[in-house]
Design a protein around this ligand. Structure first.
Ligand code: UDP
Length: 236
């Protein structure tokens, strides 16, 4: 399958058309941004890590009964995916307090939560991706009530599958962001990616941060950490 016209360039990926209108090619870049694009940089090798890791995890999620956009990995950086219309929502699940949750509610980072929490942010850089609740999503017409119920059910399944998988690799899944899309027939599928860019992963024994917080917070060893996460995910 050949890349056609570039349809979109995001912060970390490009999306290309193919000669089949139902299929796109996603190409992962090494570019990194944080704080709504205020901090910019490059993480050498990140595109390869995120592409490979995302596809390994998506295959597991698919096995657990949550459909995904994954068709097949084409090479180190490129993956063939089903064409979807993305819901403009960041679906975030948290198992442990961190990041904006800790800041917003004044809860120390690392405090375990008594319940896994799901929250939505509106994907809109100009507005700074504001938090949005279920009623707002439906009222604005971003998703129907039925679609929202499916998205939430899928997101909790994704959390269960990933929490177990990462723990087996010595990584605690603190929180993550996923995105869903809709196929031409209306079916909802997991899209976008699952990677150290989109998950907080802490070493289970040392609590060392093994994710994009190393870049966001200038903690050092950014490239090495992405490689280490991929090695663990691959089971090496
Ligand atoms: N996240 C993401 N993209 C975003 C915002 C958040 O992938 O635009 C991920 C982030 O990596 C973390 C989780 O979602 O795993 C929760 O992030 P949080 O709301 O705490 O925001 P942050 O502290 O990253 O600004």
């Amino acid at each position: 399958m050949e890349k056609g016209k570039q349809l979109y360039e995001g912060k970390a990926k490009k999306v290309y058309a193919t000669d089949d209108p139902a299929l796109y090619i996603v190409s992962y870049k090494d570019d990194a941004t944080a704080f709504n694009g205020e901090k910019k940089g490059t993480i050498a090798g990140k595109g390869v890590v995120n592409n490979t890791m995302s596809n390994i995890v998506f295959a597991l999620i698919e096995e657990a009964g949550v459909p995904t956009h994954l068709v097949k990995q084409l090479d180190d950086r490129d993956t063939l995916v089903k064409a979807v219309t993305i819901f403009p929502l960041e679906v975030i699940i948290r198992n442990v307090a961190a990041g904006s949750f800790s800041k917003r509610y004044g809860i120390e980072e690392g405090s375990s939560l008594l319940k896994s929490t799901l929250e939505f942010s509106l994907k809109n850089d100009d507005l700074g991706d504001p938090l949005i609740n279920d009623d707002h999503v439906i009222a604005i017409g971003l998703a129907t009530e039925d679609e929202l119920a499916v998205i939430k059910k899928y997101a909790h399944t994704v959390n269960e599958v990933m929490s177990k998988f990462f723990l087996d690799k010595g990584l605690k899944l603190i929180d993550f962001k996923i995105e869903f899309g809709k196929l031409a027939d209306g079916a909802i599928v997991l899209a976008d990616e699952v990677s150290p860019d989109t998950c907080r992963l802490w070493d289970v024994t040392t609590n060392e941060k093994m994710d994009k917080d190393r870049f966001r917070r200038d903690l050092g060893n950014v490239e090495e950490t992405y490689q280490a996460v991929l090695a663990r995910v691959k089971g090496a």
